[in-house]
Design a binder for this molecule. Structure first.
Ligand SMILES: CC(C)(COP(=O)(O)OP(=O)(O)OC[C@H]1O[C@@H](n2cnc3c(N)ncnc32)[C@H](O)[C@@H]1OP(=O)(O)O)[C@@H](O)C(=O)NCCC(=O)NCCS
Length: 215
């Protein structure tokens, strides 16, 4: 076809004529500018992929729960041959961060680390088991409970060595400001009881934060 058919209206004839003059390449149809596929534009009201509207209705405790296992090596030890407290806190922070990331699917930062007691040492050669799970979710903040146990790999004996409550805040990946997170779905009585205790801990923590800010 050298000329556009007469049945076309003048505008379509012009477009078709231009496209017939366009460079021809094997396997490639070059469309005139007027016929190019438009770039996909977000529909009005459609959620931005990183905006708060895309947060799901909720995530359960089990969806983000994390268990970390760490063999205690000589480089983790203090002068007594057991793991350094600071190293355990590092592992606790990491396990809690994974829970916060899994729940929010956002970058997260540690906002607060409640007191942590070390009930028993974990010796070099033993395994540290770090269980972390979400206990409370507010707007952008999340409280994660982290339980630490030691395991003797030869006997299998496990011992509770400590518990910590860590608060993480989810950030918007672009603005780096606190960003809303999905609500927490509480599926068991144990989760509901822990959530009730966490609500009280959060109240005290925020009171404490306010006092520290004021002084
Ligand atoms: C945590 C941080 C993001 C909070 O920012 P901010 O400007 O104070 O923001 P806001 O006051 O709006 O607080 C945001 C949320 O954090 C919570 N929060 C902040 N500090 C807190 C604390 N000490 N304890 C508990 N929650 C805290 C607020 O209650 C709020 O929760 P909500 O959104 O669920 O209601 C900011 O202080 C920060 O970046 N800190 C440094 C974090 C860091 O470097 N951590 C170590 C390395 S990861």
């Amino acid at each position: 076809m050298d000329t556009p058919p007469d049945t076309l209206n003048p505008r379509s004839r012009r477009v078709l004529r231009r496209s017939m003059r366009a460079p021809k390449m094997r396997g490639l149809v070059v469309l005139p500018a007027s016929q190019e596929h438009p770039k996909p534009r977000p529909r009005p009201g459609a959620p931005d992929p990183v905006s708060p509207q895309t947060v799901p209705d909720g995530r359960s405790v089990s969806e983000s729960a994390t268990e970390m296992t760490q063999l205690v090596l000589p480089q983790h030890a203090n002068v007594h041959g057991s793991v350094l407290g600071g190293t355990v806190m590092h592992w606790v922070d990491l396990a809690a961060a994974i829970v916060a990331n899994r729940h929010s699917r956002r970058p997260v930062v540690t906002a607060a680390f409640d007191e942590m007691s070390f009930l028993a040492p974990i010796q070099v050669g033993q395994v540290a088991l770090i269980h972390a799970r979400m206990t409370l979710v507010d707007r952008s903040s999340m409280e994660i409970r982290v339980d630490v146990q030691s395991e003797d790999v030869l006997t299998g004996e496990r011992r509770k060595t400590g518990t910590a409550y860590v608060t993480f805040v989810a950030l918007d990946p672009v603005t780096r400001r606190p960003s809303p997170v999905p609500p927490l779905v509480l599926e068991t009585d144990e989760h509901r009881a822990e959530h009730a205790r966490a609500t009280e801990r959060r109240r005290l923590r925020l009171e404490h934060r306010k006092t520290r800010k004021d002084n």
